[in-house]
Structure formats: structure tokens, C-alpha cells
Write a protein of this length. Structure first.
Length: 353
């Protein structure tokens, strides 16, 4: 969503948000905040999400740039997500202010790595943004990507610092160079791997599904394959809230890491209701038959997949697809599943509402 609006469709949309800067490269974020607080009375570290408040911020930034000989167009962009499932090091949701013109490009990234022999491993990630429009979000992306590459090679304590050089004018555009310092730390190796498959797999030896062994450097997603299999297995038996815990334990003194994966199934869910929309009675009856899941049955995700694959071969539903919306009642351990059918081409294919 670009440019703050006074009319928010989502009732939970925040009335205030932090603000950040995408490519105002002449100042650090702290310097900009200090300058803006002198220009805008009462400005704190958040602003109202109204168009008036956001417009005042754009005006102040435009004036600050003009005083420094830079004629620039300022735009603002609001976050589209507020969930907790994100990288803890990622920038928090904020209203980001950026320059649309003149163009600001990332020119060069200078890499320094300890130990130096890891430089070739990181070079592709480092050069990712060179020649492209610069954004501070790109700094986080590069930092995150470098850590990911190092982690998948066993460097679990890697530290990455990025410093920005003063911009320089190049014709009608500005170029920015970055300095990137990486301290990889020790390379870890796996000391032990254990897995508890939960109540449906008590005593089952799951070692055949381990994607690494003791002595290995941990890979990109340790035990991800087993975690996926366990989650799918429990979903087949109605455990819609199954949690697969896979948290490594680090022994930093000896550069060792141990893994213990645990399946925590939660309650079994049953189907409470299943309204079907936009089909005639004969089509609806066939759709329910193909779904094969009735109110009172254990709720199974695979029933929806089976329905999707069955529709093309059913003459009554030829050319149809559907969207579906499972709503959980966690207090009663039941799910209400809505199915809305449509002719393909009218909407996208199978979607979750």
C-alpha cells in the first residue's frame, strides 16, 4: 500500500506506526530523526497513519533536501504485514519515506571477511544489489542472505556489519558504496541428533529421516525434511495445530551443536459445518461427495486436496474451481469449512480465504 490514507479497510490497522527511511543517503537514520524532530513539533518515534501526518513528514523531508541543494520527490510506503512470523532481525513494520527522483543506485560493495578464505563463498550475495536502486531494506536483505549462507556452512555465530559511504553525484543520479564486514566465527559441527515423533510414533526410530549425521557441519535447514513429514503425518489424523519444535543447542566453547526435534500434536479437530456456495443443489451434492468429509468427521486437510484433483473428472463440475476458508474454534476443537465455487477464469485457481 503506497501513501497513507485516512480510510483503512482493516479495523485492526494501527493508528500509529514507526517511520523509517529507504534511500535518504545523505544522513544516518538517527541524524534524520533529530533533524525532523526540530522541524515537526511533538514528533516522536512514531507518526499517525493519517494522510495529514504522513504528508507533513514528506513536506519536512522535501524541505530538508532542498536546503542541501537536492530537489527531490518524496513518497511514502506503508507495510502490508503485521504478523509475528518474520525474521527477528528484519526491519519492523513502519511507514518508509524514500526519494523517487533523482535516482539513487548502489554502486559497489566492499567486502572484508574473517577468515579471508570465505570471501568467494559470499561474493554472489554481496554483489546482489550492485547497479540497482539503493534501499536500506536491501542492506537487511544482504545481511540476512550472508548469514544464511554462512549458517548453512556451519558458521552459526556469524556477525555482519554494513556501513554506508557518503553518496556522490554522477550526472543526474547519485551513487552509494557500502562497506560490509563479516566475522564468521568458528565452524560448528553436529554433536548429536535426536527426534521425538510424539504420541502417534512413540518409540519409533526416525534416524533414517535425518538429513545429516554427527560430525557434519549443519546444513541450510537442519531436519527440515523430517519436520515436514511429521507435520503432514499429524495433519492426516486431524491435528490441525501440530507444532514441530526444532531448536538447536549450541556449545560455544567447543563449537558443537545438538538438535532435538519434537512433535507436539495439540488437540484433534473435527468438522463442525461446511457451507457450500454458488452451486446448484445437484452440483453441491456431488461436491460434498467428492470432498468425502462430513460434519462430525475428523478434519483432514487432504480432503480439500482430493476434492481439487477430483473436480476435473466430474462432468457436473467441469470448468469449476473453488476457494476455501477453514475457521478454527480452538475452545471447542472444531473447524467450520466454507467452500465457494466459481468458473475458472472468473477468479484465480484454488485459494484460501
Amino acid at each position: 500500500m503506497s501513501t497513507a490514507q485516512t480510510d483503512k479497510s482493516a479495523t485492526s490497522y494501527p493508528t500509529h506506526l514507526p517511520y523509517s527511511f529507504g534511500n535518504l543517503v545523505w544522513w544516518s537514520d538517527d541524524e534524520l530523526r533529530a533533524l525532523l524532530k526540530k522541524r515537526i513539533p511533538g514528533l516522536g518515534d512514531e507518526i499517525s497513519t493519517t494522510s495529514t501526518s504522513v504528508g507533513s513528514m514528506r513536506d519536512a523531508l522535501r524541505g530538508l533536501l532542498k536546503e542541501n541543494g537536492i530537489a527531490a520527490e518524496i513518497y511514502s510506503e506503508e507495510p502490508s504485514y503485521f504478523g509475528s512470523a518474520r525474521d527477528p532481525e528484519a526491519p519492523e513494520p513502519s511507514i518508509e519515506f524514500s526519494i523517487r527522483g533523482p535516482q539513487i543506485l548502489l554502486n559497489k560493495v566492499e567486502l572484508k571477511v574473517e577468515p579471508e578464505n570465505l570471501a568467494s563463498l559470499l561474493q554472489t550475495s554481496v554483489q546482489w544489489g550492485e547497479g540497482k536502486p539503493y534501499s536500506s531494506f536491501g542492506d537487511w536483505f544482504v545481511r540476512s542472505r550472508i548469514k544464511e549462507v554462512l549458517h548453512q556452512n556451519g558458521y552459526l555465530d556469524a556477525q555482519v556489519q554494513i556501513s554506508r559511504r557518503p553518496p556522490r553525484k554522477d550526472g543526474n543520479r547519485y551513487l552509494v558504496d557500502l562497506g560490509l564486514s563479516v566475522v564468521a566465527g568458528p565452524q560448528y559441527h553436529v554433536s548429536s541428533i535426536t527426534a521425538d515423533g510424539g504420541p502417534l510414533l512413540i518409540g519409533r526410530d526416525l534416524s533414517q529421516f535425518f538429513d545429516m549425521k554427527e560430525g557434519d557441519a549443519p546444513g541450510r535447514y537442519p531436519l527440515a525434511g523430517l519436520a515436514s513429514k511429521l507435520r503432514e503425518f499429524y495433519l492426516q489424523y486431524g491435528y490441525a495445530d501440530v507444532e514441530i519444535r526444532n531448536v538447536p543447542t549450541l556449545d560455544r566453547d567447543h563449537a558443537l551443536v545438538s538438535y532435538h526435534l519434537e512433535a507436539i500434536p495439540g488437540p484433534v479437530y473435527h468438522l463442525r459445518s461446511i457451507p457450500v456456495e454458488k452451486l446448484n443443489p445437484e452440483q453441491e451434492s456431488k461436491a460434498r461427495e467428492l470432498l468425502g468429509m462430513k460434519p462430525g468427521n475428523i478434519y483432514l486437510d487432504r480432503a480439500i486436496t482430493n476434492l481439487y484433483h477430483s473436480i476435473p473428472g466430474e462432468p457436473l463440475l467441469k470448468g469449476y474451481s473453488f476457494s476455501f476458508g477453514p475457521k478454527r474454534d480452538k475452545a471447542a476443537n472444531v473447524i467450520d469449512l466454507s467452500l465457494t465455487f466459481f468458473k475458472q477464469g472468473d477468479e484465480s485457481s484454488v485459494t484460501v480465504k
